[in-house]
Ligand binder design. Structure first.
Ligand SMILES: *Cc1c(COP(=O)(O)O)cnc(C)c1O
Length: 350
């Protein structure tokens, strides 16, 4: 036993249970919003003895082109999750500042704030979607960072870019408005990335983990004006991107690879419509939130249906939403994987 005491905020932490940390067993994996498309990469490297470029130029340039931004508005990180962490570490004073978030939403905002002893101003998706800008601003108060997950995980809902722009304008000089666009490729026209040019307090988070089918690569991007990124560049680890990661990310951002990604998105969006139709007709399902990401979230009539899925090796993500633990998020997989969902739905709906 160690006698070294822990800070109170660390002692109070519960281990974050990510889709992958649960060590579930199964054969059909639709629990982590991963892409079903796996691609082969080959990298020939003869410079492993050298430290990597801290911000690999070819990748930064390729992503800037893809996002229609300038290279100095792009920071490459170890997943979008590292972007979240860097923003909190750089901009929030522990024990003093707070972040605002709209529940239910992505779990890492809270985990990161808790880890860094930063308070959380818990607001609701209902306020974000249905409230007026004045009401939302009043609730945000003096929170330093405001996280809008768009489309929102796990509800799939979208906040209109016009509303985000108005919030950004009114928060100018007071707070950073962070738009987490992990799923934006599935509804590309809805991106707020254009606001990065207009507003010095807008930050957009992106990832290669979802539509780009590279969750294993751990690559994300933080997009903002150079003045916003400058302090973050002082906080980030000296060599955050491994050489091999940079080479693969470069290949994944070629014009051909982006075209291929967009084709896959079209297929996955069509498959989502099929799944939504099945769910809406299934008597075992009471509510369906179709949403704009590569997932569908639904409420079951009977939570025991989840055990029946597990017995079939069908792994989906269970959630407690609005105080009820019978919600389920299904990632859009390949045709064969979704067929397993249909078989299960038929079995539980009689
Ligand atoms: C998956 C996800 C991320 C994490 O992306 P990584 O790049 O894999 O760290 C960030 N935000 C949201 C909303 C996500 O669903």
């Amino acid at each position: 036993m160690t006698n070294i005491s822990l800070p109170e905020n660390i002692q109070a932490l519960k281990a974050y249970s990510s889709a992958k940390s649960l060590k579930l067993s199964g054969t059909t994996w639709l629990n982590a919003n991963e892409s079903p498309y796996a691609r082969n990469f080959s990298v020939a490297l003869n410079d492993f003895n050298r430290y990597p470029d801290p911000q690999p130029e070819a990748v930064i340039n390729a992503y800037a082109r893809y996002a229609a931004l300038a290279p100095d508005q792009v920071l490459m990180t170890r997943g979008a999750d590292e972007g979240i962490e860097l923003l909190v570490r750089t901009y929030c004073a522990p024990g003093k500042d707070s972040i605002a978030l709209f529940l239910p939403t992505y779990g890492m905002y809270k985990v990161t704030a808790d880890t860094h002893n930063v308070a959380i101003n818990s607001l609701t998706q209902a306020l974000l979607l249905d409230g007026s800008v004045d009401e939302i601003l009043a609730a945000i108060g003096d929170s330093k960072l405001v996280f809008i997950c768009n489309p929102n995980n796990p509800t799939g809902s979208l906040t209109p870019v016009a509303k985000i722009a108005e919030l950004a304008s009114r928060l100018s000089g007071k707070a950073l408005l962070i738009v987490d666009e992990a799923y934006i490729e599935f509804c590309a026209a809805q991106t707020a990335v254009g606001l990065v040019q207009d507003f010095a307090n807008v930050v957009v988070l992106r990832t290669l983990s979802k539509a780009f089918a590279l969750a294993g690569l751990r690559t994300g991007f933080t997009l903002a004006q150079p003045e916003v990124l400058a302090p973050i560049r002082k906080v980030i680890a000296p060599y955050p991107v491994a050489t091999v990661v940079a080479r693969i990310a470069e290949q994944a951002l070629s014009q051909d690879a982006i075209t291929q990604m967009r084709r896959q998105v079209t297929i996955l969006n069509a498959a989502k419509q099929t799944l939504v139709g099945w769910l809406q007709n299934a008597s075992a399902v009471t509510t369906v939130l179709p949403g704009e990401g590569n997932f569908v979230t639904l409420k079951l009539k009977d939570k025991a249906s989840i055990d029946l899925a597990m017995q079939r090796g069908l792994v989906m993500r269970q959630f407690t939403l609005y105080g009820e633990d019978d919600w389920l998020r299904i990632s859009i997989g390949c045709e064969n994987e979704l067929k397993q969902v249909k078989l299960w739905l038929d079995a539980i709906s009689n």
